[in-house]
Design a protein. Structure first.
Length: 189
């Protein structure tokens, strides 16, 4: 009978150990789930730290670019002042308003052919091409034309316009060259 009592006690201890093992297994699985959640939180934190580092580097670069842009703006203002000074000194700005007629009347009489003067310098943009074409047309109008009485009329206003256009073209080209060199200086930094 003692053997049966001992077997019963042993069975009770085994059932208690089995219950304790099941309870321990549940706690371990909860701990494993927590560990996985912690690992994912750490990886998300690492990713967020990387993004913050990248954003900080971008912010520093933007600050540096802002400083460069500020310097360029200051230089551009100086260039603008220089260009305004050059424009004020150009012969076009000094020409008297009376030298440029408001409207050139087309003439009905035949125009005598005149030699075409080459453009003052090679033209680079579309506006300069249009100005050169206009100068050539005006030169055609500047030739002496026989009036109704037979006396030739001189195109004094036309020659003034031609002088102004050629001076304007030369001033534009020198300004464009100065602008290009300043642009190269500004964007070389």
């Amino acid at each position: 009978m003692t053997g049966m009592i001992l077997d019963g006690v042993l069975m009770l201890l085994l059932v208690a150990a089995l219950g304790y093992g099941v309870r321990l297994e549940r706690k371990l699985s909860a701990l494993r789930a927590g560990q996985l959640a912690f690992a994912s939180a750490v990886s998300e934190l690492n990713t967020a730290a990387g993004r913050a580092e990248t954003a900080l580097a971008t912010l520093r670069a933007s600050g540096h670019e802002t400083d460069l842009l500020h310097d360029r703006i200051v230089k551009a203002r100086e260039v603008k002042a220089q260009l305004e000074t050059l424009m004020a000194r150009s012969p076009v700005a000094r020409a008297a308003p009376a030298a440029v007629p408001e409207r050139v009347e087309p003439r009905a009489a035949a125009v005598a052919p005149t030699p075409v003067v080459a453009a003052p310098a090679p033209v680079e943009d579309e506006r300069a091409l249009r100005m050169a074409a206009l100068a050539q047309r005006i030169q055609g109008l500047g030739a002496p034309v026989a009036s109704e009485q037979g006396a030739p009329q001189a195109g004094g206003n036309v020659s003034a316009i031609l002088n102004i256009l050629s001076a304007n073209q030369a001033a534009k080209q020198s300004i464009n060259q100065a602008r290009r060199s300043l642009d190269e200086d500004l964007f070389a930094a």
